[in-house]
Design a protein around this ligand. Structure first.
Ligand SMILES: CCCCCCCCCCCCC[C@@H](O)CC(=O)SCCNC(=O)CCNC(=O)[C@H](O)C(C)(C)COP(=O)(O)OP(=O)(O)OC[C@H]1O[C@@H](n2cnc3c(N)ncnc32)[C@H](O)[C@@H]1OP(=O)(O)O
Length: 223
């Protein structure tokens, strides 16, 4: 049912904002779980396994956000694909690195970011956006983005010896496809791709920041 206050229909806005509200709420629960586990166990060992299912669900379904009407399909696509790669092809596939401190680092940073981001979307849709949420959305990334990248790169670096030793996801010649693939070097290429791609994401957020906080008119290159 749509609730009408004057000419404004809140029903549609509540309907559209509810997935964001749910996403923000679940991320808050994940962050709370991380905090409680750290307090009770005084260690982060096993923490990844306790939130792995929620993490995989959330990061995979973020693909639904790579929409044509997004500010920049390429930026959103790179952001979502990199996290899906991290979740499924690094932390989920290589159990030996799941208790690395770098995993907890990027998990906490991702979760803090998603709480801010989905809260921003929710209140933005309801046309009642508190300034502190807008400020957090377009300022926290200045610190969280580098921290998250550090956590991701340190995790991949920690995984390299295990990948080298196990030869996982790799194909050696000769084989019936006559194709060779080495996952070890694939991870190294993935790490190197941060050099050209991360600045694109970071500067995109800085442009968004100027647009939202300072009213600058920004036209994205791939629009
Ligand atoms: C398979 C291998 C791939 C190889 C890739 C290799 C990649 C290597 C480099 C990648 C480095 C990534 C590192 C990264 O993972 C580290 C971290 O994330 S650490 C944590 C800090 N991160 C952040 O703060 C970034 C968070 N992410 C974002 O903000 C977005 O994903 C981003 C696309 C980056 C930017 O968002 P932007 O606002 O520009 O676009 P949006 O799509 O969010 O919004 C555009 C407009 O649409 C509205 N919108 C979007 N989604 C929703 C929604 N769910 N509900 C309602 N409205 C939505 C949004 O409000 C915007 O509207 P408006 O313009 O009016 O504000």
């Amino acid at each position: 049912p749509e609730i009408h206050f004057g000419s404004t229909s809140y029903g549609m806005h509540i309907h559209k904002s509810s997935p964001n509200t749910l996403a923000a709420f679940i991320n808050i629960c994940v962050l709370w779980l991380v905090k409680v586990c750290l307090m009770l166990t005084r260690t982060h060992k096993g923490l990844y396994r306790s939130i792995a299912r929620t993490l995989k669900f959330f990061q995979t379904f973020a693909l639904l956000e790579v929409r044509i009407e997004s500010t920049s399909v390429i930026v959103t696509g790179v952001q979502v694909c990199s996290r899906i790669f991290m979740v499924w092809f690094v932390t989920n596939s290589i159990r030996q690195i799941q208790n690395e401190e770098s995993v907890i680092l990027f998990l906490v940073v991702w979760t803090m970011t998603e709480i801010t981001r989905y809260s921003y979307y929710t209140f933005n849709l309801l046309h009642h956006l508190p300034y502190f949420i807008k400020w957090a959305r377009y300022n926290l990334f200045i610190v969280l983005y580098p921290l998250g990248v550090a956590g991701e790169l340190l995790t991949i670096y920690a995984a390299l010896p295990f990948v080298r030793r196990s030869g996982m996801y790799s194909m050696r010649l000769p084989n019936k496809y006559n194709v060779s693939f080495d996952y070890y070097y694939c991870l190294i290429v993935f790490m190197l791709s941060y050099i050209p791609l991360f600045p694109q994401l970071f500067f995109h957020m800085l442009r968004q920041r100027r647009r939202v906080l300072h009213g600058e008119v920004i036209v994205e290159k791939d629009d």
